[in-house]
Design a protein around this ligand. Sequence first.
Ligand code: AMP
Length: 215
Amino acid sequence: MKVMLLGAPGAGKGTVAKLLTALDGSVQISTGDILRAEVRAGSDLGKKAEAFMKAGDLVPDSLIMDMMEKRLQADDCRQGFLLDGFPRTIPQAEALKKLLAKLKIDLDMVINIDVPREVILDRLCTRRTCANANCQAIYNVKSNPTKKEGICDKCGSPVIQRDDETEAAISQRLSTYNAKTAPLIGYYEREGKFRNIPCTSSDDVVKAVKETLGL
Ligand code: AMP
């Protein structure tokens, strides 16, 4: 499948993407994950992106488009892909439209994961991530805590709150989302193949995608 997942930070795009990849071998393309890996590797891109990410701001469109032009041409995308966290601005959406036309790729559908704001805020403030770059397991202090406090069940590394998941950064990320990313909903409604899915659980989204794509 070739699907775009829209939704505020904390809406569950990553969780939904992982569940959908298991259905047909499509790959998850998370611009946030790629950028975090670049920051860890200390690459040029990582150095340019780091300050924006820490502050909860968006990384400039030109850097994202260069990165995505390469990513979408990798062999593993032929089977299909789930765009998770991209595009995030109208200029990225316009550039993506041109890029997909150039690569002769048709998207099957654009999904907006529509989760109430209170649920999102609660999820983001209580999320914890394993600090080990090769593990990155995700926990939640309320709904999915580690067995031993602060220690990853899978690899034993410390479990931390991401730099951009402090209260100040979360509030900045949500304002950035409202100002720059939420307008994509209207944009894709007009472009077609758009489906809004009001939900509080990732399973509801997976069900709706399966129904729409006949999987
Ligand atoms: P995420 O894990 O998707 O919430 O992304 C974490 C951070 O990476 C965001 O707060 C942005 O700083 C940056 N980022 C991820 N995807 C994009 C994008 N498509 N455009 C601009 N910045 C992005």
